[in-house]
Ligand binder design. Structure first.
Ligand code: HEM
Ligand code: HEM
Length: 177
């Protein structure tokens, strides 16, 4: 089933969830390599894919929010804490790349996505976006990874409490309920 129901997330939600999980693993890997030693050969090889995959995450995140809004009434019910956790993930997953994207605009250096020019290089700089992202992009990025770890731990914790608490069948495999 493409759309969500009260017992399970549908194919579109599942596809976006797992595709973006792979994307965020890549973002965590590249951010960690960059954090450890930005002069290393490994960083040299992988860092250019941080903005590219990050921008892809931004576009997928926007699509995911539009999809979420269209499915809100059909989705499986969750308590307030779970909803707050998911909401925080949504905010961070869009805010983090948006800040970096606006910094790319503000820097005047231009930004290309797989050869497609999104911003042309310009002479003027918009300090506001550069300063804002310099201050917050990496903070929100690390916070996002922390929240993801918390989300995964909570999912396994619920599963450990017994089959009636297991929410995995909602997002992967067959739903028995
Ligand atoms: C969901 C997407 C993203 C996540 C989770 C993320 C996460 C991070 C993290 C955790 C760091 C800190 C690495 C360090 O301490 O060395 C970082 C740095 C950086 N990111 Fe991203 N990023 C994302 C998207 C983007 C995008 C779209 C761009 C470019 C348009 C970008 C450009 C940069 C740059 C230039 C740095 C180094 C400067 C800084 O620390 O702010 N990122 N990112
Ligand atoms: C191995 C990694 C992951 C596991 C095992 C996992 C597990 C789950 C499970 C079991 C659910 C169903 C929970 C329910 O609604 O009752 C779920 C939903 C959800 N997960 Fe994950 N997750 C992972 C990665 C991620 C990542 C990387 C993000 C986002 C940054 C994320 C964000 C969400 C959100 C927002 C939902 C609610 C459905 C939606 O709007 O897509 N998850 N996840």
């Amino acid at each position: 089933m493409l759309v969500d129901t009260k017992t399970r997330y549908g194919t579109v939600t599942r596809f976006l969830h797992w595709l973006m999980t792979v994307g965020f693993m890549w973002m965590l890997f590249t951010a960690t390599v960059h954090f450890i030693d930005r002069d290393s050969a490994l960083n040299e090889a992988v860092w250019r894919f941080h903005p590219l995959v990050g921008f892809t995450m931004l576009m997928l995140g926007v699509i995911r929010i539009i999809w979420l809004l269209s499915q809100r009434a059909r989705r499986p019910d969750n308590n307030f804490n779970v909803r707050l956790g998911h909401f925080s993930l949504y905010v961070l997953m869009v805010l983090t790349p948006t800040l970096a994207f606006m910094r790319a605009y503000g820097s005047g250096r231009g930004f290309s996505y797989f050869g497609l020019q999104i911003f042309a290089p310009r002479d003027d700089k918009v300090e506001f976006w550069v300063d804002l992202a310099n201050q917050w992009h990496s903070v929100f990025g690390w916070l996002l990874f922390l929240f993801i770890i918390g989300h995964v731990l909570m999912a396994f914790y619920h599963r450990s409490k017994g089959p009636e608490h297991n929410v995995f069948p909602r997002i992967i495999g067959r739903s028995s309920r």
